[in-house]
Design a protein. Structure first.
Length: 280
């Protein structure tokens, strides 16, 4: 068979005959018959056609976003196998950013039938389990921009910065998915994460803006030494964005729910009894 194939088809691979025939406006049978006549091997026509048909059942067409993203023919044992290979092939492509592409995978002979007939659509092939659409996420993951002073980002959701609703700041529903907006309390950069069911997360980072910078500035943790005004006794050193935060920390440390709780339960106005001083 091999020698006959070369005599008639030259260097054309059996799976490529589909494309050559299509371009010539011929069916596989017509194309093979014409080449066989030219080569004086009409006796081999049935065997040659069988060879092309075999290739049509073991090869699959892959198209990315209706071919603008590329097309390929690959050999696979099944549609599932072809889908796996198509996914890898799409991911191996050169993409300048992270995007989701729509990839069409179909058995070569079925794809050829679809292109020749108006009655056969993508849906027909899907229903016959000869074709499938898949979404594939491709392109480089965005690099995480560095935090300040070599720190790890600490992603927070202060309502006044990330917005959304007060009860659940920085969260939006889109379709069946969800978008989360967070801000780093050290550097003020934003992280926006979009998750859709069945897809991997899409993450985007944004540079700090005026609002997030102001928030970072206001929420820097400082250290405060607290003494008793009355006796001068040292009560401890606590962290907080403000002196009030440090007093809250002291109250919780002493077993109360809050400074208000401490005052209520001791019957004293502790906050007036404390000297709170920022330390380096
Ligand atoms: Zn950061």
């Amino acid at each position: 068979m091999e020698q006959v194939w070369i005599d008639v088809m030259g260097r054309i691979a059996p799976e490529d005959v589909y494309e050559y025939a299509r371009r010539a406006g011929e069916t596989i049978g017509e194309y093979v018959a014409r080449r066989a006549s030219l080569a004086g091997r009409t006796d081999a026509i049935p065997a040659l056609i069988a060879e092309v048909e075999r290739a049509g059942r073991t090869h699959y067409v892959v198209e990315i976003d209706g071919t603008w993203g590329g097309e390929e023919i690959l050999r696979a044992d099944s549609l599932d196998d072809a889908v796996r290979q198509a996914e890898e092939w799409a991911q191996d492509g050169e993409w300048d950013r992270r995007v989701v592409v729509s990839v069409w995978v179909a058995r070569l002979d079925a794809y050829d039938r679809m292109r020749r007939s108006d009655d056969i659509t993508h849906e027909t092939l899907v229903n016959e389990s000869l074709g499938r659409w898949i979404d594939v996420e491709v392109g480089p993951e965005p690099e995480v921009p560095p935090c300040t002073d070599g720190r790890e980002h600490d992603w927070c959701a202060p309502y006044e910065v990330v917005g959304g609703i007060r009860e659940n700041p920085g969260v939006w529903g889109i379709g069946a998915g969800v978008v989360l907006r967070r801000v780093c309390r050290h550097c003020g950069r934003y992280r926006v994460t979009e998750s859709q069911p069945g897809c991997s997360e899409k993450v985007e980072y944004k540079e700090p803006d005026e609002r997030s910078r102001a928030w970072v500035e206001a929420s820097v943790l400082r250290r405060y030494e607290i003494h008793s005004r009355h006796s001068g006794a040292y009560l401890g050193t606590y962290e907080g964005a403000t002196p009030e935060d440090a007093v809250e920390a002291l109250a919780r440390d002493a077993g109360y729910d809050s400074a208000t709780d401490m005052d209520a339960r001791t019957g004293q106005s502790w906050r007036n009894e404390l000297v709170v001083e920022e330390v380096e």
